[in-house]
Design a protein around this ligand. Structure first.
Ligand code: HEC
Ligand code: HEC
Length: 350
């Protein structure tokens, strides 16, 4: 599908040049089709939610402006389940999806509140008392209940989203954050705090200041190593990881331990480090055409080991290293691979 889109676009530009786009190719997918293809598995076919938050929700739609939707679709929520679509969909396609989502809104846009100056210190106390129980001690968000994830049971456990997340903080304005507190999201566990005996206006400003104090928030792809930690024991996690690798269209090559093949004199660690190697020949082909130096990252590999009572999956982050090569096309490729790594690890742990 993606290939077809790219092809169509190329054809379009070949015919009409790359000037301002006046018309779209008539058979390009609609916002509705794109939503079904890229979003519905998680957000539900009519946006009522599942693994992803309900989007077809009046309290959300009235305060979420176009920029919020566009930024969210572009960045996703790195490190959370929500993928970023910057490399998968064009801006025009992302715009069509945003239009489609906005079409669900019935009432008028809400008037967004003024946000006055607040104290992050006061906000931190308020957050711990009122919000941390759901959104996590440092705003890292909740997790899907393992026993009954929404996509299997159809029951919608609306998981509290991460607030200290780079994708959320890039998309949300202060007014959006305050408006969410004021009105809550009817039909979800997020209630309104705007009532008389609830938070005062100043306290809400303090909370906004605290949430902003997280700066750009957490982006697990900003560090040179991508890591996901799991409570599953190693022998349960590794088969899941292999399945996840396959489901992302990579071919599993081999599994070995770190010291395999070394002379017996090499001291083995108490707990083995397993290395899983895999490859995508399609991706490899494309990457080598861009730059042979991608060989430095290949084949793809993820190490699995125990640390502090948990199982750790870790991989080199091509996105963080790609600036060393000074080549924009290579950066794009590396970002794609990094996002795949993260997703493979997250889904293994799901
Ligand atoms: C693999 C599952 C998954 C897919 C696919 C997915 N999302 Fe999400 N989405 C989520 C999750 C989970 C969250 C909440 C993030 C969190 O928990 O921190 C979310 C959050 C969002 C939000 C923020 C909602 C709010 O209340 O602020 C928007 C908007 C959104 N997704 C739109 C989309 C669109 C549009 C697509 C398709 C282009 C899409 N998502 C694809 C899982 C997904
Ligand atoms: C009982 C659990 C619960 C509590 C307590 C709670 N929230 Fe939420 N919050 C949620 C859920 C669930 C959502 C997602 C709602 C949805 O589906 O749109 C949410 C959404 C939000 C959002 C929007 C995030 C996004 O991605 O759109 C913000 C901002 C927020 N909460 C802030 C707060 C603050 C600040 C507090 C404390 C004053 C708080 N919440 C208390 C459960 C909770």
């Amino acid at each position: 599908m993606l290939k077809r889109c790219i092809l169509l676009h190329c054809l379009f530009f070949a015919l009409f040049g790359s000037g301002p786009v006046q018309a779209e190719p008539t058979n390009s997918p609609s916002g509705k089709q794109l939503f079904r293809e890229h979003c519905a598995t998680c957000h539900g076919p009519s946006g009522r939610g599942g693994i992803g938050l309900p989007l077809h929700l009046e309290d959300f739609l009235r305060i979420a402006d176009r920029q919020y939707l566009m930024e969210t679709i572009k960045h996703g929520r790195p490190g959370r389940v929500m993928p970023g679509f910057a490399h998968l969909l064009t801006r025009t396609e992302r715009g069509r999806i945003a239009d489609f989502i906005e079409g669900w809104q019935k009432g008028p846009e809400a008037e967004l509140p003024e946000v006055g100056e607040g104290s992050a210190d006061h906000g931190a106390e308020l957050f711990e008392r009122n919000c941390a129980g759901c959104h996590g001690y440092k705003g890292q968000g909740g997790t899907q209940p393992k026993a009954a994830p929404g996509h299997i049971t159809g029951k919608k456990a609306v998981v509290p989203p991460a607030l200290n997340n780079s994708g959320f903080l890039a998309a949300a304005s202060d007014a959006f954050i305050k408006a969410t507190m004021l009105r809550g999201r009817e039909g979800t566990p997020m209630r309104a705090y705007g009532g008389a005996e609830e938070l005062t206006d100043q306290q809400m400003n303090d909370l906004v200041a605290y949430i902003r104090s997280w700066g750009q928030g957490v982006d697990p792809l900003a560090k040179p190593v991508i890591e996901v930690r799991s409570d599953l024991p190693m022998d349960e996690l590794i088969p899941m990881l292999k399945m996840s690798i396959n489901s992302h269209n990579f071919v599993f090559i081999r599994q070995q331990t770190l010291y395999e093949g070394l002379p017996p004199a090499a001291k083995k660690p108490d707990s083995p480090v397993h290395i899983l190697q895999f490859c995508s020949f399609g991706l490899l082909d494309k990457a080598l055409k861009v730059d042979e130096r991608v060989g430095a990252f290949l084949p793809c590999q993820i190490s699995v080991y125990r640390e502090g009572g948990r199982t750790v999956m870790s991989a080199i982050n091509p996105k963080a290293l790609s600036p060393l090569f000074h080549k924009p096309e290579l950066e794009l490729f590396c970002s794609l691979v990094s996002e795949k790594y993260l997703r493979i690890m997250q889904e293994a742990n799901f």
